[in-house]
Design a protein around this ligand. Structure first.
Ligand SMILES: [Fe+2]
Length: 214
């Protein structure tokens, strides 16, 4: 688990599922209101962290609709009174074929439908804190990143030393590169990047040394 903070907003991490998806709990340190970002699988690893920190989840945010990021949406939604949010262009991805070998392998369950469709530049309120939605298409058409004060949850758009794959349905290398260059690398270099898989990094570090952005 990592624990970060900036003003009133904090985050904690649970790594879940066979693809080691980063499920982040983002919360207001004053009210303990919480958003669960990308519960990909293994709710039994996420719930204890929520209880340990005394959090009250009110939002379920998906950076995109791939199975390894949404596989425990149902479990979270059944346990807590959360509003499920995803960008409209990835809404169709919530309707995965759960008979597939892939979903079986990932331990994914059928997702409930979204309660709210996210828009670019929209502000999401978590207690007395906020996140801003940044539409970063490329890995999927409806991929979004979530920007807090000094940190960015980048989903599968940008990784530490890598970028999201674009060979899956709806992927676009051109869109991905444009998203990263115009929406992420333009942030202050000290901005902490918290990706959907693997370790954190910073905008400056990726600008200087990410081999896919040379
Ligand atoms: Fe993905």
């Amino acid at each position: 688990m990592i624990d970060g903070k900036s003003a009133m907003i904090k985050y904690a991490l649970a790594v879940v599922g066979p693809l080691d998806t980063n499920c982040y709990l983002v919360y207001c340190s004053e009210t303990l209101d919480c958003a669960v970002i990308d519960p990909g699988a293994e709710a039994e690893r996420i719930f204890p962290l929520i209880y340990e920190l005394g959090l009250g989840p009110s939002l379920l945010l998906n950076t995109h609709g791939h199975l390894d990021h949404i596989g425990a949406n149902r479990d979270v939604k059944e346990k807590f009174a959360v509003s499920l949010c995803i960008h409209g262009l990835d809404k169709p991805l919530l309707e995965h074929d759960l008979q597939s070998e892939l979903s079986f392998f990932l331990g994914a369950k059928e997702s409930p439908p979204p309660d709210r469709l996210l828009q670019d530049e929209e502000t999401i309120t978590i207690g007395r804190s906020t996140l801003r939605v940044v539409h970063t298409p490329g890995h999927t058409p409806g991929s979004v990143s979530f920007l807090g004060e000094g940190f960015l949850f980048s989903g599968d758009t940008l990784f530490n030393g890598g970028v999201g794959r674009t060979d899956l349905p709806g992927g676009s290398t051109r869109d991905l590169e444009k998203s990263i260059r115009t929406r992420i690398l333009t942030l202050p270099p000290e901005t902490i990047v918290l990706p959907g898989h693997g370790p954190w990094t910073t905008v400056g570090e990726e600008k200087d040394s990410n081999p896919f952005l040379g």
